[in-house]
Design a protein around this ligand. Structure first.
Ligand SMILES: NCc1[nH]cc(CCC(=O)O)c1CC(=O)O
Length: 315
């Protein structure tokens, strides 16, 4: 049977809106290559854009308006038809998408774990008291404080290259980054070790790519369908439901991580104070079809242990 049926016409041209950081461009090129191999006759073009988020990357995101800053300009290009799709790290996509937009595709996840990067030390356990660990998120910070109270945890900003440069200049003894980003940029050799999820529970969506388009573009959703990974999609949707229910898109010390285990989705989450002095955790297992309600149930488990009080203190 031909690929062309009454309700499916293969694309002739697809324009991908992307941020221009090295990581964003890698991700857009990756999706471009996959679309080109799926649809050999199709021209796939990148539309690079600098977002407001990129201009202020060295300042704490929570102070300047949150993660939405990285997607707004890309969404503007979808709205006015300059682009058909936008490729995102799922971790950077606001938990609540606004009305005309949809995320029809979440592709197979790269390693979701955080990575320990250091030229001085082998591992967190190897670091002496007072050694300085740089991290860009309250989620990592709170977990480090809770488990390695004798280390000095300080903030680390900038894109991946900037963060590695700051480490190499000696401003930190070690830094924690998402392993997926390092691998995508060919920097896997910088990873001294991946932190197990028991040590650093990942952020909702970490390691997964999502493709956004206008909800009205059912043609685009059909083109993207083969790139969707059902397991990753269920896990990430469950993780985002936890985060959405508790915190929206704000930068808070919250982790949510789903894994498929014997056909079931095993979901874990936590909420903590940045200094790690209080932390609530929960886990649940459920059917992947029920991913959203599983996430909401886990958020309720965390609430019943005081998650909202903790978040209010950070407020
Ligand atoms: N917040 C920045 C960001 N967004 C996505 C990644 C890494 C790749 C991914 O998680 O998919 C990173 C870097 C990091 O957290 O170290």
């Amino acid at each position: 049977m031909s690929a062309t049926t009454a309700d499916f016409t293969p694309p002739e041209r697809i324009v991908i809106a992307t941020r221009e950081s090295r990581l964003a461009l890698w991700q857009a090129e990756h999706v471009k290559a996959r679309l080109e191999s799926l649809y050999p006759g199709c021209r796939v073009e990148l539309l690079g854009m600098t977002t407001r988020g990129d201009q202020i990357l060295d300042r704490p995101l929570a102070k300047v308006g949150g993660k939405g800053l990285f997607v707004k300009e890309l969404e503007a290009a979808l709205l006015d038809g300059r682009a058909d799709i936008a490729v995102h790290s799922m971790k950077d996509v606001p938990m609540q998408l606004t009305e005309p937009f949809a995320l029809p595709c979440i592709s197979a996840r790269e390693v979701p774990l955080d990575a320990f990067v250091s030229s001085r030390y082998e591992s967190l356990a190897d670091m002496p008291p007072g050694a300085v660990v740089g991290t860009s998120s309250l989620r990592r910070e709170s977990q480090l404080h809770a488990q390695y109270p004798m280390l000095s945890v300080t903030s680390l900003r900038g894109n991946l290259d900037t963060r590695l440069r700051k480490l190499d200049e000696g401003q930190y003894d070690a830094i924690i980054l998402a392993a997926a980003g390092l691998k995508r940029l060919g920097l896997a050799d910088r990873i001294r070790g991946e932190l197990p999820s028991e040590v650093s529970l990942p952020a909702a969506g970490q390691g997964a790519l999502g493709i956004e388009c206008l909800a009205s573009r059912t043609d685009v959703a059909a083109w993207l369908a083969p790139l969707n990974d059902a397991d990753t999609s269920a896990c990430v949707r469950a993780e985002r439901a936890v985060s959405r229910a508790l915190a929206g898109s704000c930068e808070v010390p919250l982790g949510a991580y789903g894994e498929m285990r014997d056909g079931l989705l095993w979901l874990r989450g936590f909420v903590a104070l940045p200094d790690g002095s209080r932390m609530v955790r929960a886990e649940r297992e459920g059917r992947p079809e029920d991913c959203e309600s599983l996430g909401l149930a886990l958020a309720n488990d965390l609430r019943s242990q005081g998650a909202e009080e903790i978040l209010a203190q950070i407020g």
